[in-house]
Design a protein around this ligand. Structure first.
Ligand code: C5P
Length: 401
């Protein structure tokens, strides 16, 4: 099921060059199942045409309080009733000022005052001086105090040639924020460290031993945690995946690198989720130079040494984070997973069948805790991750142990 299925939004465009990016945003939102009514201020029509927005949204575009197409002449009321949110993007300096003061002199501003309980999301886009102006900052603070969510702005190159704060978030980022907005904030304010992906153990500078973990499960969990309001650090072995929006990623290669990165972060974490497929051994006689084929046809002999068990070490920390482990097994899942949970001394372990889960897009999580085994349905990894996040929030003690 797409993430915005059956959701209805009003997108309000105001005057700013970033209007062109809203064409793309509308496309991406429709792909996620959203229904969109576009409302434009007069200034917005100088940057993108209502025809473009109508063709993309597949619905009439509203510009005017006195729109004769509305039988009861009440577009300013009708459009937000039953809507899941109003998204003002781009939100200009002027429009933000109007919102902060409750002005209602065109359709979009009137609709925002008449919105009742419909949530308001504001995506600022302006020159850095306009953003930093004390009046704008006052207005933004007022909007937040009034319950609006302010998304961004980002920092970087601006259309005017200056560099600084005030850039509108990119369409994919706005979409990620919107999808996150729909998720319950069950881990608001919690700091979570997640490991993901394979580790990679060098044999020599050009060869390594790794495993088939794609990182998809760990990355989906990092995204779901961020959507639930957590502050997420993802410590990742080598994968081809992009870091989920709003998640800080630390890249590592070997299990010993991962161990170092985790131990630095774990003390300040509320929760540690160990999803990575960490190699149990590293090559203890790894060569500094590339190993050459020997003239006598002998293959080199590799020697192995144990890697640190990162999860067990974090679980044993005094006043450490609440720990969740993973187990990918090829057989006897329940037996192996529960034994592993006890051995590592952790309150929750998630088991799945390696042959089904590895590199797949869907997964069945089985949760093992003190009360037994609980099987979640087969789901796309992001949806399974969201269910896991709910399950973690339910089990998390009020205060760190
Ligand atoms: O020890 P085993 O690999 O069977 O257990 C799997 C769980 O332990 C996973 O959560 C994995 O991330 C974690 N692990 C670890 N350090 C290791 C090996 C596994 O943290 N060296």
């Amino acid at each position: 099921m797409p993430d915005l299925d059956h959701k209805r939004y009003v997108i309000g465009l105001t005057g700013g060059i970033a209007c062109y990016k809203i064409a793309e945003l509308v496309r991406r939102m429709l792909e996620q199942g959203a229904v969109i009514d576009v409302v434009m201020t007069e200034a917005a029509t100088h940057f993108i045409t209502p025809t473009t927005m109508q063709a993309l949204s597949g619905r009439p575009v509203y510009l005017d309080t006195w729109d004769a197409r509305i039988p009861n002449s009440m577009a300013h009321i009708n459009l937000t009733r039953g809507a899941d949110a109003i998204l003002i993007a781009p939100a200009s300096t002027d429009f933000i000022a109007k919102l902060a003061h409750g002005l209602a002199d065109d359709l979009l501003s009137t609709l925002c005052v008449a919105k009742g309980s419909c949530p308001l999301l504001v995506v600022p886009a302006m020159n850095r001086e306009m953003w930093q102006h004390p009046a704008t900052q006052r207005n933004i603070a007022q909007l937040k105090a009034d319950g609006a969510s302010v998304l961004g702005p980002a920092s970087g190159d601006q259309a005017c040639g200056e560099i600084g704060d005030g850039r509108m978030l990119e369409p994919q980022e706005i979409l990620a924020e919107l999808i996150a907005f729909e998720q319950p904030k069950v881990l608001a304010g919690k700091r979570v460290v997640v490991t993901a992906g394979p580790t990679c153990e060098p044999i020599d500078p050009v060869r390594a031993i790794t495993n088939r973990s794609s990182g998809k499960t760990g990355y989906a969990i990092a995204q779901a945690l961020r959507e639930a309001g957590a502050d997420v650090t993802l410590i990742s072995g080598p994968t081809a995946l992009a870091a989920p929006y709003g998640v800080a990623r630390i890249d590592v290669e070997s299990a010993r690198d991962m161990h170092g990165a985790v131990m630095q972060q774990a003390f300040t974490a509320d929760i540690f989720i160990s999803v990575a497929a960490v190699a149990d051994w590293h090559v203890s006689n790894a060569s500094e130079n590339k190993l050459k084929k020997s003239a006598d046809g002998q293959a080199p002999t590799l020697q192995f040494a144990l890697n640190p068990d990162i999860l067990a070490e974090v679980a044993a920390l005094q006043n450490g984070p609440w720990c969740v482990g993973f187990a990918a097994e090829t057989e006897n899942l329940n037996e192996h997973a529960e034994a592993k949970r006890r051995r590592k001394g952790i309150p929750l372990l998630v088991g799945n069948l390696a042959q089904q889960a590895m590199n797949a897009d869907d997964t069945t999580f089985v949760l093992f805790d003190d009360t037994g085994a609980h099987t979640l349905p087969l789901l796309p990894k992001l949806q399974a991750a969201r269910q896991l996040v709910q399950a973690i929030a339910k089990r998390l003690p009020d205060r760190k142990a």
